[in-house]
Design a protein around this ligand. Structure first.
Ligand code: NAD
Length: 346
């Protein structure tokens, strides 16, 4: 497969970048977001544009969506390069003159990684090394990459500090550990890299329409359709849900905090929310009657509890999640009602 490395993708070309920084605060420079058409990446792109940066996106649109970039394209300060992080020639061109790289492109479905570990390795490990090497060659100031709480596996004790043992249970988790190791190595080689271990991120633009949908959007979409949410197990399992707007703040801080390079940081709220708590928090958002949840046998490999310790991120990055679960759920539901065709079935 050849890639046109001379011009951004046709959608991006329709709106050539203009010098149209918003009034007020203006930051210098061009930044690259890999995976910028995805759920988290597109929010980061919007936040960077709002601060006055020019933004380049490299995304192969395997799970990303052009609609996620609609606001970004309207600024005229984003260039979208449709292609893969597995393509070093594309990366070399996209990296020219870039100050920071935010590397979020990845294959993200844990169960799928079990079925196709080689393809996952190619994107998540080889792709990441290629991003780091291209950044190093281009003299990028700093790279921030997305790791995952999946690296911890089944925890021995909670909350999970960054020094807890790493017990990957899937190729996806092992690949994120490899990314963190490469982050340290490249920092040692002179390219400052920061790795963020994201916990359960949720918010607008997260899609319920795939077999591995995250639990919040899966539950909300069932109730929006007038159907019963399906709880695997008894619903007592807990997660540390963190709103996407907060996660974006963590990325921005990681790009600037002086002591961050070479480090890994949990990005979480540090609050345990069970699936039953979650359903209780969602119910008041639905004025009409909604069906009671259905309970199904636990899924093999499900982790019973996962809670992060946010202390290191607070102390080193100055990051603290601000969004309450109720507020985050409201924002997510509002977006789903406006943007997703969810037919109501009874
Ligand atoms: N959502 C979460 O709860 C969560 C938790 C932990 C870690 N993460 C990590 O955060 C990052 C973003 O995840 P997300 O939830 O926004 O998922 P997403 O699928 O919406 O975003 C990933 C983006 O990467 C793109 N992509 C995939 N393969 C690519 C390739 N070879 N080249 C270029 N682009 C490619 C996809 O098209 C998509 O736009 C990922 O690295 C993921 O592993 C997410």
């Amino acid at each position: 497969m050849s890639t046109d490395v001379h011009a951004p993708a046709s959608r991006g070309r329709r709106l050539p970048p203009k010098d149209a920084a918003p009034k007020g605060r203006h930051e210098e420079g061009t930044v690259l977001v890999t995976g910028g058409a995805g759920f988290i990446g597109s929010h980061l792109v919007d936040a960077l544009l709002a601060r006055g940066y020019r933004v380049r996106v490299v995304d192969d649109f395997s799970t990303g969506h052009w609609e996620n970039l609609a606001d970004a394209e309207a600024t005229g300060r984003v260039e979208v390069w449709e292609g893969s992080v597995e393509d070093p020639a594309l990366l070399r061109v996209a990296m020219k003159g870039v100050r920071w790289v935010f590397h979020l492109a990845a294959r993200i479905f844990v169960a799928e990684s079990v079925d196709d570990p080689v393809a996952y390795h190619r994107t998540n490990v080889l792709g990441t090394v290629q991003v780091l090497q291209a950044a190093r060659e281009a003299g990028v100031e700093r790279v921030v990459l997305a790791s995952s709480a999946a690296v911890y596996g089944v925890p021995e004790r909670l909350p999970l500090g960054e020094d807890a043992p790493l017990r990957p249970l899937s190729p996806y988790a092992a690949e994120k550990i490899a990314n963190e190791m490469d982050a340290r190595v490249f920092t040692h080689l002179g390219l400052p890299v920061v790795a963020l271990r994201l916990f359960n991120v949720y918010g607008p633009r997260q899609r319920p329409d795939n077999p591995y949908a995250a639990v919040i959007v899966a539950f909300l979409s069932r109730w929006l359709q007038g159907r019963a949410p399906v709880v695997y197990g008894d619903g007592s399992q807990t997660r540390d849900f963190v709103y996407v707007g907060d996660v974006v703040q963590a990325f921005l801080r990681a790009a600037q905090a002086p002591q961050a390079p070479g480090g890994v940081f949990n990005v979480c709220r540090g609050r345990a929310v069970s699936l039953l708590d979650l359903l209780a928090a969602m119910r008041p958002l639905f004025p009409d009657h909604v069906p009671e949840p259905e309970f199904a046998p636990p899924r093999p490999g499900d982790i019973p509890h996962s809670i992060g310790d946010p202390t290191r991120a607070r102390e080193v990055l100055g990051f603290q999640a601000q969004t309450s679960l109720e507020q985050g759920l409201r924002e997510t539901l509002t977006w789903m009602q406006r943007h997703l065709p969810l037919s109501r079935e009874r």
